[in-house]
Design a protein around this ligand. Structure first.
Ligand code: RFL
Ligand code: PHB
Length: 397
């Protein structure tokens, strides 16, 4: 058996774990990351595309924002498409000059991985049988197996950054945790293609055939999504069938401009709202998807993960540098307030934009009327714009 010691043991090398590692490194705090998958596998997952200002600021603070500023696309608005017509939400004008950045999660992860590698910081990839121990005591531990050998990391704190299916949340005794969950009766079929985007900004489409989203990664790479029944399998969807269905859900102009091509990635993701309370269990802290999941409609998942990490890194820095536990004690409450607001927005936007057959024709009419109100009312447009760019970190404080 091999024993190591560190200050913070981080489980999971997704964006949460890697960003936490980088912020702690900047503050002179030691951390080891333990990840179940290989680095290549982590980079092969195509996920988020939209970063809020607070996330951009954090990536800058972590010293990894350079490529994002060079290659990311700054968007000051997006289109809502309903009843066959598009309406722009001018996010920039409605929020006093705020924008979002279109820069893929894959690239954020790549930048963080590279920075970690360059700094020579320890990450254990392909760690098997990862377990966490004694986090209700002053001496928590993380154990794993690698190449048949058992390893143990002794630490002051464990950061559970291991996503929705991770081991950290699952290790909490059932009576100590409350989980809130809503599963939606559909999924998103996503396609990535090396084709120019149909529009220079994102289009969120409500159609009687189901929701569609036109997103992008660059001037020559597009990302599109279709609402599909949960029973659909990705193999059922040929590229031709995907493009044909997307066309049906778009307005005539977008339909005409859509450039199609072979998919380079195709997958179906279920949609879920999920929140765990609390997020701290003794010396173990959950962050990111390990603690909460939002449906992707509001583009909030990665951004929430980043703000959890902001609060957690500040709490650890205050503990080590200022010898105060107040950040640690407030971590759960601070995160959850922000998480519930973003979960509420994501649920609302999902309900507004997707087709719910069980709600009948009147359900569609209610959605059309609400969208018509939103795009023509200053108050309505401001509401959606303010939530979309992300509320300030100190909102309501
Ligand atoms: P991750 O990315 O799931 O990483 C967790 C890591 O932990 C590892 N792991 C373990 N490691 C060790 N031991 C174990 N027992 C382990 N179990 C798991 C995993 O292998 C993995 O590497 O969670 P993290 O870091 O909290 O990051 C969260 C984000 O990935 C997620 O919130 C976003 O992708 C959500 N999301 C979006 N968020 C946005 O902010 N904007 C968007 O535009 C956006 N679009 C999306 C999305 C998510 C999507 N899917 C597929 C769910 C679009 C989609 C389609
Ligand atoms: C994406 O580009 O993957 C994306 C963009 C906006 C969303 C969700 C996903 O709301």
């Amino acid at each position: 058996m091999r024993n190591t010691r560190t200050q913070v043991a981080i489980v999971g090398a997704g964006p949460s774990g890697l960003l936490l590692g980088q912020l702690l490194f900047k503050a002179g705090i030691d951390a080891i990351i333990v990840e179940r998958q290989s680095g290549d596998y982590v980079l092969s997952r195509i996920r988020a595309g939209v970063l809020e200002q607070v996330t951009m600021d954090l990536l800058d603070e972590a010293g990894v924002g350079q490529r994002m500023h060079q290659e990311g696309l700054v968007h000051g608005g997006f289109d809502l498409l309903f009843n066959g017509a598009r309406h722009r939400i001018n996010v920039n004008a409605l929020t006093g000059g705020k924008n979002v950045m279109v820069y893929g999660q894959t690239e954020v992860t790549r930048d963080l991985m590279l920075a970690r590698e360059q700094a020579g910081l320890p990450t254990v990839y392909e760690a098997e049988k990862v377990q966490i121990h004694d986090f209700d005591s002053a001496k928590p531990r993380v154990s794993y197996e690698k190449n048949g050998q058992l390893h143990t990391i002794e630490c002051d704190f464990i950061a559970g950054c291991d996503g929705f299916h991770g081991v950290c949340r699952a290790s909490v005794p059932k009576g100590a945790i409350k989980e809130f969950e809503k599963v939606y009766p559909f999924g998103w079929l996503g396609v990535l293609s090396d084709t120019p985007p149909v529009h220079h900004e994102l289009i969120y489409a409500n159609s009687t055939r189901g929701f569609a989203l036109c997103s992008q990664r660059s001037a020559i790479r597009s990302r599109y999504y279709l609402q599909v029944p949960l029973s659909d399998k990705v193999e059922q969807w040929s590229d031709e069938a995907f493009w044909a269905e997307l066309r049906h859900r778009l307005d005539p102009e977008a339909r005409e401009h859509l450039v199609t091509g072979p998919s380079i990635e195709k997958s179906i993701a279920p949609l879920r709202s999920f929140v765990t309370e609390p997020m701290r269990f003794g010396r173990m802290f959950l962050a990111g998807d390990a603690a909460h999941i939002v449906p992707p409609t509001g583009a909030k998942g990665l951004n929430l993960a980043a703000t959890d990490v902001k609060y957690l890194s500040s709490a650890f820095i205050a503990y080590y540098h200022d010898k105060t536990e107040s950040g640690i004690d407030r971590y759960s409450e601070r995160c959850l307030r922000r998480i519930w607001r973003a979960s509420r927005f994501s649920w609302w936007f999902t309900s507004l934009m997707h087709h719910f057959p069980e709600n009948g024709d009147i359900g569609q009419k209610f959605q059309d009327a609400e969208l018509d109100y939103l795009v023509h009312s200053q108050a309505g447009s401001q509401n959606i714009a303010e939530n979309y760019v992300g509320l300030p970190l100190n909102f309501g404080e």
